[in-house]
Design a protein around this ligand. Structure first.
Ligand SMILES: [Zn+2]
Ligand SMILES: [Zn+2]
Length: 86
């Protein structure tokens, strides 16, 4: 469910021979990186926005659960409320 559009420009050649920071002279993307282009966003950006999203959903779930007319007020969660413990 990724709605973000990839905005990568140049891609590494399919036969890119880059090893760590040793760029492949035959690969256009490597030449870009070597010339100082910003590295593509790694896993951290998506990871943290996903985490923030999940926390927001979790808090919203709590709000809804404990709303005056929510499931908790109606006793739908049972005698011992464990909502939010996950
Ligand atoms: Zn490359
Ligand atoms: Zn409850």
């Amino acid at each position: 469910m990724n709605t973000m559009t990839q905005q990568d420009g140049t891609k590494h050649a399919t036969d890119c021979g880059r090893v760590f920071n040793r760029y492949d002279a035959a690969c256009p993307r490597c030449q870009e990186l070597k010339a100082g282009a910003a590295p593509r966003q790694g896993w951290q950006g998506p990871y943290f926005s996903e985490k923030a999203h999940r926390e927001a959903m979790w808090k919203r779930g709590l709000d809804e659960h404990f709303a005056p007319n929510g499931p908790h007020a109606k006793g739908l969660c049972g005698p011992v409320c464990t909502f939010g413990d996950w």
